[in-house]
Design a protein around this ligand. Sequence first.
Ligand SMILES: [Zn+2]
Length: 71
Amino acid sequence: MPDKAALISTSIMEHALCAECIAAKSSMSVAATETTLAVIQRTLDVHRAEARRCHSCDRTTVVFRLGRSTL
Ligand SMILES: [Zn+2]
């Protein structure tokens, strides 16, 4: 897994975050973050919620969180 993908995976492992906060934590653009999230989704279970509170910025928006595999 590329370093940026690992960094994003770690940041959404414990808390749900919006794309902007994930981008800020990873030093990436929002567009690059969304692309990397799509890559992560190939191997890990990334949950996307439409109207949840972001743990970092407190905005109610689209947030992402890593789920646990049931396997
Ligand atoms: Zn946020």
